[in-house]
Design a protein around this ligand. Structure first.
Ligand SMILES: NC(=O)c1ccc[n+]([C@@H]2O[C@H](COP(=O)([O-])OP(=O)(O)OC[C@H]3O[C@@H](n4cnc5c(N)ncnc54)[C@H](OP(=O)(O)O)[C@@H]3O)[C@@H](O)[C@H]2O)c1
Length: 249
């Protein structure tokens, strides 16, 4: 019960890694608010977690996020744990990269996440913890990954900036960077058939030294560690949860 009495917000908490984080935080005593875009899965996710509330809010819509945080501030008085996990994927080789695709990915994965941290930071006090979901794609070459990888690399830099500027306020900011994880994300790549997805999945597994995909719960375990008091001397860290892919793959 590392989060007993904590007020936790999980942005992108209705699916995959974020849902596993929301479930694990609640199991360990946190009162969870989770967000996502799809009202149906937001409601279903919240209904399945004791004491959780779901909010359908687009992280790229800064005014909607402002209203969400105003609601959290009015009813909870603040935030103790923030998980910034919302993100979209997709691949486009550099020759086929379209400005609209670049903007759409960055509006969510970088701009949206940065302002989500900024606005939440104003509601957090000493002992607060922010954990951001990065990706090994923000560190290494992956074919077709420029738009996504650049956004995640920017987010890793943003994580360090927030860590540095919030340290005097007693707020820790860290990142987990997953390798391939079995979530709905894989099936949401625009323009990919299920056969393409199956082939991509095999390629991904072949690149992982542990020869398998990760599970959302394995990433959530790292998120909870960094969010907890067990990580009280850790800030600005970027923890790879990738079966060894980045360093020994
Ligand atoms: N799975 C992997 O292999 C992998 C690897 C490295 C990093 N990651 C990162 O892990 C994070 C979670 O991904 P996942 O694998 O768990 O995929 P997922 O199941 O597709 O979950 C993505 C989450 O982000 C939310 N989201 C997307 N766009 C949003 C927006 N504009 N506003 C609010 N919420 C939004 C989704 O909500 P809706 O469902 O309502 O859209 C969903 O909750 C992402 O940041 C992703 O980049 C994943």
């Amino acid at each position: 019960m590392r989060f007993s009495g904590s007020r936790a917000v999980v942005l992108g908490g209705n699916s995959g890694i974020g849902l596993a984080c929301a479930q694990a935080l609640a199991r360990e005593g946190a009162r969870v608010r989770l967000t996502g875009r799809d009202p149906v899965t937001v409601e279903a996710a919240a209904a399945g977690i004791a004491g959780a509330q779901g909010h359908s809010v687009d992280i790229a819509d800064l005014a909607a996020m402002e209203a969400f945080y105003a609601d959290v501030a009015a009813s909870e008085g603040g935030i103790d744990v923030l998980v910034v996990n919302a993100g979209v994927g997709g691949f486009a080789p550099v020759d086929q990269l379209e400005p609209d695709y670049w903007d759409a990915v960055h509006a969510i994965n970088l701009r949206g996440c940065v302002f989500a941290m900024q606005k939440a930071g104003r509601l957090m006090g000493k002992g607060g913890a922010i954990v951001v979901t990065g990706s090994i794609g923000g560190h290494a070459f992956i074919p077709g990954n420029l738009a996504y990888g650049a956004a995640k690399a920017g987010l890793a830099l943003a994580m360090r900036q927030f860590a540095g500027e919030y340290v005097s306020r007693g707020i820790r900011v860290n990142m987990v960077s997953p390798g391939p994880v079995e979530t709905p994300l894989l099936h949401r790549n625009p323009g990919m058939s299920e056969a393409d997805v199956a082939a991509l999945r095999e390629q991904m597994i072949a690149a992982v030294p542990m020869q398998r995909m990760g599970r959302p719960e394995e990433v959530a375990a790292a998120v909870l560690f960094l969010a907890s008091a067990e990580a009280s001397f850790i800030t600005a860290a970027n923890l790879m949860v990738d079966g060894g892919t980045l360093d020994i793959g």
